[in-house]
Design a protein around this ligand. Structure first.
Ligand code: HEC
Length: 129
């Protein structure tokens, strides 16, 4: 008798535990979805804003000299990082923006760069073709 009542209590406990576990799981899932949605929206806004601008090659050149030559070489012919002369034929602007701001391919860092400067950099990279 006492064993069956304790196993009933155990079952109850397990059920409660599963319930709480499930609720925590669902809450986390919703939280994560909201986070990714907001993040994705922010990224899209950044990309759209950048692509609307018409950057300056000279400004982009200056930015490149300051931030990128250490790895991509003074004439962008490549060093630690790959050469970038036909990069705009291989990657579209969106992909290049993601490459520069994303930090997805270490050792290349992610750059926090505003849309105006990102647009300048893009113009410069297009001028290398
Ligand atoms: C610390 C070194 C480093 C710095 C600084 C750096 N990069 Fe890179 N970059 C790399 C490396 C390494 C790769 C290759 C990553 C890979 O795909 O494995 C790369 C890849 C790239 C690519 C893609 C090339 C391809 O063939 O797919 C682009 C575009 C690029 N870098 C642009 C830039 C720009 C613009 C800057 C300056 C704002 C910059 N990088 C600064 C190291 C660097």
């Amino acid at each position: 008798m006492s064993t069956s009542s304790s196993s009933a209590a155990e079952r109850n406990f397990k059920r409660e535990f599963l319930k709480i576990f499930f609720i925590v799981f669902v809450v986390l899932l919703i939280g994560l979805s909201i986070f990714f949605f907001v993040n994705h929206n922010e990224n899209n806004k950044y990309i759209i804003k950048t692509l609307e601008l018409n950057g300056s090659v000279d400004e982009g050149d200056a930015l490149f000299k300051i931030n990128c030559v250490g790895c991509h070489g003074i004439t962008a012919r490549g060093l630690v990082g790959p050469e970038l002369h036909s990069i705009t034929k291989r990657l579209n602007d969106k992909e290049i923006i993601k490459q520069v701001t994303g930090g997805l391919t270490p050792p290349m860092p992610s750059f926090e760069i505003d849309p105006v400067n990102m647009s300048n950099l893009l113009k410069y990279l297009h001028s290398l073709e």
